[in-house]
Design a binder for this molecule. Structure first.
Ligand code: MRU
Length: 338
C-alpha cells in the first residue's frame, strides 16, 4: 500500500490532506517551519501521521544544524520543542519527538535512522492493531455481516499506511464481513466527508455519510452493530481523547448496547496521565465554524467554542485495542484481543 508519508532526497513527502478529495497530491517539506505549518493546518493530520512527521522534522532540524560533522544540539532541541508543541492533544507527536531526540548524541544520521524506524513501525503496528481489533469485533458481534459506524478519518491518510479503526474495517470488509460503513462528516474540517469517504470509495467498501448529530440517532434506530474509532491519547485509566463528536457516539452506543471499540497503536497510550481531565484539548480558530465552504454563515462577532477533540470516559469504551492486545484501564496491555 502506498505510504502517505515518507523521506525522499532530504525532504519529507506527504499526501496533502487539505487538497483531498478534489486532488491527490504530495507535499514536499524541507524545513521545520513547513512541517509545523502542514501539521497545524491539517495538511498532515491523524495522531500517528503527525508523530511520524514530527520525528522526520527533528531529522530535518538536525541536518540543518550540522556543520563540519558537528550537530548544534541546543538549536535542534529548541526546534524540537516547537515541533512537539505544534498540536497539543495527540500524544504521538511529543512521543515521537522525544524518541528521536534520544538519538541526538549520535548526530543527524542517527536521528534520521530513528525517525525511519518509527515510520516503518507505524505501518506494522497499526496493521497489527487493526488485525487485533477485527478479531475482537468478530468475537463481539458474531459471523453475520456487520453495519459499522466510524468517525473522523483513521485510515491510511492518518497513518503511514493502512490505518487503525479504518484498517480494521478494511480487514473485515476484505473478508466479506461488512454490509455498510456509516461515518460522520466530522465538523468542522470534514475529515469524514473529505477523507474517509475517499478512502472507503478507494477500497470499494459500501458506505453512507451522516451529519455528525445523526450518529446517535443511527445507533438508537438499530442501524449499527459496532462503533470503531481511533484515538489521539489514551490515559492510564482508559479515558480516550479523540475527534470532537466521539463522546456523543459513545454515549449513544452505550445506551443502545452497541460495542464501542477504540483502535490505536501503543504510541497513542499516555500512562503518565491518570485521566482524561488531564488532557490538553486543542481549541481551534472560530473561523472554522463561523464560515462554511468559504462563506460566512454566522452573524459577524458570533462567539465560538471550537474544541478539536473530546474525551470519552473509560466506562463507555468496550475495548481499547493496540498492536499488543487489549489495553486495560490500569495502564497495562494485558492480553491479546484475538
Ligand atoms: O484533528 P485530526 O484530524 O488530526 O484528528 C484526528 C483524529 O481524531 C483521529 O481519530 C485520531 O488521530 C486517530 S487517527 C488513526
Amino acid at each position: 500500500m502506498t505510504r502517505s508519508i515518507a523521506w525522499q532526497d532530504g525532504a519529507i513527502t506527504a499526501v496533502d490532506q487539505c487538497a483531498l478529495p478534489h486532488e491527490y497530491r504530495m507535499l514536499r517539506l524541507s524545513t521545520v517551519d513547513e512541517v509545523i505549518d502542514a501539521i497545524q493546518r491539517l495538511a498532515i493530520r491523524g495522531a500517528p501521521a503527525i508523530g511520524v512527521a514530527g520525528a522526520l522534522a527533528v531529522a530535518l532540524s538536525a541536518r540543518a544544524h550540522t556543520r563540519d560533522g558537528v550537530c548544534d544540539e541546543i538549536a535542534v532541541r529548541a526546534e524540537a520543542r516547537r515541533i512537539a508543541d505544534a498540536r497539543p492533544t495527540a500524544v504521538n507527536l511529543s512521543w515521537a519527538v522525544r524518541r528521536v531526540l534520544g538519538k541526538l548524541d549520535g548526530g543527524a544520521d542517527a536521528v534520521l535512522a530513528e525517525a525511519g524506524t518509527i515510520l516503518v513501525e507505524d505501518e506494522e503496528r497499526n496493521r497489527a492493531a487493526a488485525g487485533e481489533a477485527a478479531n475482537l469485533v468478530r468475537r463481539l458481534c458474531g459471523p453475520e455481516p456487520l453495519r459499522l459506524l466510524t468517525h473522523c478519518n483513521t485510515g491510511r491518510l492518518a497513518t503511514v499506511a493502512w490505518g487503525t479503526a479504518l484498517g480494521a474495517i478494511r480487514l473485515l470488509a476484505g473478508e466479506g464481513h461488512v454490509t455498510e460503513v456509516l461515518f460522520g462528516e466530522t465538523r468542522p474540517l470534514l475529515q469524514g466527508a473529505r477523507l474517509t469517504a475517499w478512502e472507503l470509495a478507494e477500497a470499494g467498501i459500501p458506505h453512507r455519510m451522516l451529519v455528525d448529530s445523526a450518529g446517535p440517532a443511527a445507533l438508537a434506530a438499530g442501524m449499527v452493530d459496532c462503533v470503531l474509532v481511533g484515538a489521539d491519547r489514551v490515559c492510564a485509566n482508559g479515558d480516550v481523547a479523540n475527534k470532537i463528536g466521539t463522546y456523543s457516539l459513545a454515549l449513544a452506543a452505550s445506551r443502545a448496547g452497541v460495542p464501542f471499540v477504540v483502535v490505536a497503536p501503543e504510541s497513542t497510550l499516555d500512562t503518565t496521565l491518570r485521566s482524561g481531565a488531564d488532557i490538553v484539548i486543542e481549541e481551534r480558530s472560530p473561523a472554522e465554524v463561523t464560515a462554511f465552504g468559504g462563506v460566512e454563515v454566522a452573524p459577524p462577532g458570533t462567539r465560538v467554542f471550537n474544541p478539536a477533540f473530546d474525551v470519552t470516559p473509560a466506562e463507555l469504551v468496550t475495548a481499547v485495542v493496540t498492536e499488543s492486545g487489549l489495553f486495560r484501564p490500569n495502564g497495562t496491555v494485558e492480553e491479546r484481543a484475538s
